[in-house]
Design a protein around this ligand. Structure first.
Ligand code: FNR
Length: 191
């Protein structure tokens, strides 16, 4: 049997009832055989402090670094806050970006997102893609998964019930598996 494809889900929401965390769990449930999910914890990272960085990186950042390094792909699901990604996610990215040989370089990645509005985090997703240019993340372009009207697509326990959204999310995870496999053999570019 070949090695499983390891996907690390990173939610930009700390809310227990988060639609974005629920979307990541739905992606796991809809994943094809041979895909293994793990979920990152970013709520315990301190606020980015460049002085602290010069003394020592916080253990929570180093833990996250290892999770990213051992994943074949990272899957982000961020709320849209004021037309961008959440501050919690940006804080985590800022810490990780200052590590030696920062772990996002050359890493396959995908983005999904859910919001109550019509656009389903479209604006935040495009901000994250822009951040990914600096990080040298290798974002998959399509399919895009922007879950608008989230309150009508998840039930009260956070299960994704909308059939059309389940279908596109299943296609997305299969495509991300293929994208991750295509990147497995590629070394990251020199920083
Ligand atoms: C929001 N929300 C929001 N929604 C949106 O579509 N565009 C936006 O710019 C914003 N801005 C925004 C800012 C702040 C500070 C909050 C708290 C909320 C609504 C947001 O998308 C909604 O609360 C989601 O449900 C949050 O995601 P989780 O926590 O359910 O994953």
């Amino acid at each position: 049997m070949s090695d499983p494809v390891r996907i690390l889900g990173i939610s930009g929401s700390l809310r227990a009832g988060s639609y974005n965390s629920a979307a990541l769990r739905a992606a796991q449930a809809l994943a094809p055989e041979g895909v293994q999910f793990e979920f990152a914890e970013i709520g315990d990272l301190p606020l980015y402090d460049d002085d602290q960085r010069h003394q020592a990186f916080p253990p929570a950042v180093l833990r996250l670094e290892q999770q990213i390094r051992s994943a074949d792909a990272v899957l982000f699901a961020s709320p849209e806050y004021n037309y961008s990604i959440s501050g919690v996610l940006k804080n985590a990215i800022d810490w990780l970006s200052r590590l030696d040989h920062q772990p996002f370089a050359g890493k396959a990645a995908g983005i999904i997102g859910a919001s109550g509005g019509l656009l389903g985090t479209a604006r935040a997703q495009y901000h994250l893609r822009q951040i990914g240019v600096f990080l040298d993340l290798r974002f998959m372009n399509r399919p895009e998964v922007m879950i608008g009207g989230a309150q009508n697509r998840f039930d009260s326990s956070g299960t994704l019930t909308d059939a059309a959204t389940r279908e596109i999310l299943a296609k997305f995870v299969a495509a991300l598996r293929d994208w991750a496999l295509a990147h497995r053999r590629q070394a990251p570019l020199k920083q």
